[in-house]
Design a protein around this ligand. Sequence first.
Ligand code: PBG
Length: 332
Amino acid sequence: MEMMIRGRRNRCSAAIRGLVRENRLAVEDLILPVFFHEDSEDVAIASMPGCTRWSMAGLLKEVKSAYEIGIRAVVLFPKIDDALKSEDAAECANDAGLVPKAIRAIKEACPRICVITDVALDPYNSDGHDGLVVRDKNGELKILNDETVEVLCRQALCHARAGADIVAPSDMMDGRIGAIREALDDAGFTETGILAYTVKYASAFYGPFRGALDSAPKEGDKKTYQMDPGNVREAIRELLMDEEEGADIVMVKPAGPYLDVIARVRDETTLPVAAYQVSGEYLMIKSACAGDWLDEKAVVMESLLGIKRAGADMILTYFAKDAAKWIHEGLV
Ligand code: PBG
């Protein structure tokens, strides 16, 4: 055959493939979410095989071991004792609470790691919603916006006081980014960053996470604040608001089923873009790889590379430690 152009020439050896590869996953791209509780025992999480809800001692070990293999950022997810949950979620801003305690302990054990905290009320709220809840006259649940934002500001300040580097509001209330930025600045925390869950869908893929923290809403769903999975123009609208309000990093969540949204957001902003490979994506890969038909390492790395290629600068993933090891082993 006479052909001037042959695509396969650029694929004919590992060396050439390495030269022409357009996207790569690096250990620095990875953010490890960690679960922990007040108990002194480390407990395996049934809904997320391979993940653990750590005691404080276990958490510090986990964070240090992540740091040792190159992971430079963690995001904290507490399981709060039922006795501390209330309708006003007041525990979320308790300076002596579990999260501030964990931030201080991590900063002491591993001072250079970037500590990111989740800002939302669901672990603290007796009804499991991300915001404050009231009932309207028809008995329907209503999630209050402006009143919630005030509480979120107190929660973010509490995390900043304890030493969090970045706060990450995952609640999807309107105006919270601007309000939190102002509250942080007024209190002198001008260097505390905001990673906004800008585009967070009302997704069925969060199920295993809610199992891990026992934080599922007691009633109703999150569709009046999290986004409709059919929408993408709305994602850009949320992006423009969060940019205007002072977000430092914007996030799309979930990641795998929303690669088109990551790509759109990447095109529309100059801000760094994060993507969250959520608990349901994790569980799907884990369960599918339990048999012999899929190679877990290869599938995990391909799923993460796909998220990177779509436009994410950084990825929150429960596979962060595995992926870091595989990157070091040269299995990319
Ligand atoms: C809480 C929060 C959720 C997740 C991160 N922060 C659950 C939710 O919104 O219901 C989900 C993460 C995952 O599924 O891995 N605001």
